[in-house]
Design a protein around this ligand. Structure first.
Ligand code: ADP
Length: 431
């Protein structure tokens, strides 16, 4: 049976009963009373319907399930259906807003920027990464034209020409961004930005490293090849000249070997597959060794002193010996004869520290921040003369980083330098 019929049957029954009762009263008490009673009951019914209607009218101003009015007869059934409808709707709304909040949170944690624009290029929404990358603010810029806020000509051309098959590389606020636009719906667009500054920097470092390393290796190779060619085309060359050529070739060969060894050390230090082999280091013994190396290199040309009053530490003995030795031998190499060098292992408020102080040539302030870059030298010819590879301080920095220590450099031209390796307090072994 249709819903329509099901609705009318109880209503018709109720009306029928009223009229039958009115008829009976008419029959027993006369037509006036019958009619008056019939009219009164009908009036009550009409007033009730109007009451429910007004309740519905009031409720519609604030249609929440908790405030649903009560009803009678067909009203009760329909209110119940309305209640279920509203409750489902409210549940969906809560679920929807929870889902939206989760989506927003996930979007705000994305390292990539996501921005939505409408068909007229007005900003609809963007996540915090897009705010950072593009210099936008959701609060301030929502509803504004994106091309008015990101005023880079390449960006504006890219958006206007709409050639989105290729991503755009853009430098904005010192950051290099890779940008991809995805058209969706009716001419709306999603802009995704990916920060490639760090990847680009690493790539540039790698390219520079290969270029520098090739250049460093080419020089001794050219020397060796040159002598080999001269010697090969002059079979009657006198013994002394040949010997001096051999010595020079050996020297260049050693230089290449030192360079390759330093490059391997650096590569290992940077590799994640090369974890730190930490153990207790006897600092007295290590300092003796460092002082011995420096003294041997100096060959009596410098006054070298050393003191140990710091604790033993945990760390890699091989790596720290390499780093400390690099600092001590640098002091010897860059300090003129008769200069003074002091090597010291001590402990301060912030932790144990290794320092090498010399009164050598010193370093101008503009060079200091760049000294730990690979192949960076203040004076190239001096470095080569003293058999430097240009990688020593870079190795020191990496070793110290692996030990949570810092390299501090202070220097003054003509007065000397101090290179300090500052270790954290927890590096010390408590005896
Ligand atoms: P190198 O093999 O050229 O010595 P390093 O990385 O060990 O390479 O040092 C980088 C540069 O720092 C050196 O070329 C030199 O110019 C400068 N330097 C390092 N130690 C000292 C020092 N004690 N006094 C003066 N200059 C120094």
């Amino acid at each position: 049976m249709s819903k329509h019929v099901l609705f009318w049957i109880p209503a018709a029954l109720r009306l029928g009963i009223i009229w039958v009762v009115a008829g009976i009263i008419w029959y027993f008490f006369g037509p006036e009373i019958g009619l008056i009673l019939g009219m009164a009951v009908m009036t009550i019914l009409v007033v009730m319907q109007l009451h429910y209607l007004s309740q519905l009218d009031i409720w519609l101003d604030d249609p929440v399930a908790a405030k649903m009015p009560d009803g009678w007869g067909a009203w009760a059934a329909n209110y119940a259906r309305l209640y279920r409808l509203i409750r489902d709707n409210e549940k969906n709304r809560v679920e929807m807003s929870e889902w939206l909040a989760r989506f927003r949170e996930a979007m705000s944690m994305l390292p990539d920027g996501v921005m939505m624009m409408d068909d007229t290029l007005f900003l609809e929404w963007c996540n915090p990464a897009a705010e950072r990358h593009l210099g936008l603010s959701m609060e301030r810029d929502k509803g504004m034209r994106v091309t008015n806020m990101v005023r880079h000509p390449d960006f504006i051309n890219y958006i206007i020409l709409a050639r989105f098959d290729q991503p755009l590389t853009l430098t904005l606020q010192d950051r290099k961004l890779l940008m991809q636009v995805i058209p969706f719906e009716n001419r709306r667009r999603i802009v995704v930005t990916h920060d490639v500054t760090e990847a680009d920097r690493i790539d540039r470092l790698r390219r520079d490293f290969i270029a520098n390393a090739s250049h460093e290796l080419r020089t001794p190779l050219t020397v060796i090849n040159g002598f080999l060619e001269i010697d090969a085309t002059n079979p009657d060359m006198d013994k002394n000249t040949l010997q001096s050529h051999l010595n020079l070739m050996r020297e260049q060969g050693q230089r290449m070997q030192a360079l390759v060894e330093d490059m391997l050390v650096l590569t290992n230090l940077e590799s994640v597959d090369f974890p730190l082999q930490s153990e207790k280091i006897d600092m007295q013994q290590m300092m003796e060794q460092i002082a011995k190396d420096a003294t041997a290199l100096s060959a009596g040309k410098h006054k070298i002193s050393w003191t140990v009053d710091g604790p033993d530490i945990m760390g890699s003995p091989d790596e720290l010996r390499t780093a400390f030795s690099n600092l001590a031998t640098n002091a010897v190499r860059y300090t003129p004869e008769q200069g003074e060098i002091n090597i010291c292992w001590t402990v301060t408020d912030v932790g144990p520290r290794f320092s090498v102080q010399d009164n050598g040539e010193g370093i101008a302030p503009e060079h200091i921040p760049r000294l730990t870059e690979r192949f960076y030298r203040v004076d190239k010819s001096r470095s080569r003369q003293t058999k430097g590879t240009g990688l020593g301080l870079s190795i020191v920095r990496h070793v110290l980083l692996r030990h949570n220590a810092k390299l501090l450099i202070s220097s003054e031209v003509g007065k000397g330098s101090a290179f300090t390796a500052q270790f954290p307090r927890n590096a010390a072994v408590i005896s």
